[in-house]
Design a protein around this ligand. Sequence first.
Ligand SMILES: [Zn+2]
Ligand SMILES: [Zn+2]
Length: 434
Amino acid sequence: MHGRVIIMNNKTNQIADEPTIRVGIILPEDKKTLIKIKFPNLRHYKINTEKLSELLNIEIQSESILINNKLVDNILIETIGNPDKNEFPIINSVPTGRGFHWQNEIQVQLPGKIIIQNHNGYLFVINKLPLEQYLPYVATSEMNPDCPPALLEAQTITARSWLLANRKVNHPELDIDVCNDDCCQRYLGVTNVPDQSLRAIKNTYGQVLQYRNEICDARYSKCCGGITESFENVWGGKPIPYLLSIPDFPHYNNQTDDLLNFINSFPPAFCSPDFVKPSDFQKYLGKVDTSDSYYRWEITYSQKELTSIINQKLNLDAAQIINLSPLKKGYSGRIIKLKIDYIDKSDKKKSIILNSEYDIRNALHKQFLYSSAIIIEQKTQRNSFPEEFKFIGAGWGHGVGLCQIGALGMALNGYSEGDILQHYFKNTKIEKIY
Ligand SMILES: [Zn+2]
Ligand SMILES: [Zn+2]
């Protein structure tokens, strides 16, 4: 095992100071025209409009914003001194899980500055704060305090790198770096972050992963299933040298067998029960899900169940599914192109092609399929439609980059944060850029 090598970087990409980032909290697409902000302690806040009060009613009014019945162009709320966590302002009805079945509105308590604008008739709320102050709430906030420090630090460096490599990428039309949702990184404002997570932030202050002097677009997902996926198979474009598929094993030769056998077997990967007992990931990674088997799993649907799911998810009028045929698979066994043949309600033969692992996971489950690394078994009586569809699956998530369960498995077995990052992001270096 190798320790961590930190190289102070004097090259052009060095950032002199800690960056400040702008996080979109309520976006114009949320179409909000009314919000409320509460201030538990007014003493630590000031506002660019008239006077602050304990409760602000903020409303859109044509070209302007109406704040407690006064018209203003925009709103800027700033801190005075050092407010305590429980004194941070609270905004109601903040959307999370946009576009998913778990979409919801919650109230969040925000550190830093709050900027509110009228964006074509809708409220646009931005939280502006120093990057290192934001990081604990997105990198390791859901992890257990007893998590091995190597995992917390590897995850923190990964999240910091992702953030700096992806500023302004997902929302180029808005003046923000990231949004508060899964499309970027989920940010629920201030939450109770364990001291161990704060220590991991402090210990790795300013450290990012670099590949040839560029900050890495460091991706991660819950569980690769034994082999990680290659970037281009999930998001398209060109392969990224440090996001190629790798076997998630301590020692491996290059024969990854054929994928059928791979998914049908229980190889001893870092993310397998050989390295992480189910009780361990429940304990360390928090309330990940009710299921404790996502290294390998199975789902069986009747013809009727699956037809109703695809009709609902894909807006089809299928009467019977004739066949599911994977047209293209990634290195990890994830199906990345799937053809569904069906007959519609007027007995016409039709087909639809799904072109990404994301679309496939969305279409084949009432909520969202763990992963598209599946072997599909269809039980068919002679000359008839399949009666049953059985998916034998591996992993959870897109599988690109760092495998969180695998990283936990490494950390629990004595590997350092440097080992973990070197394993998942080949030929990268950890550098301190501010
Ligand atoms: Zn986003
Ligand atoms: Zn893995």
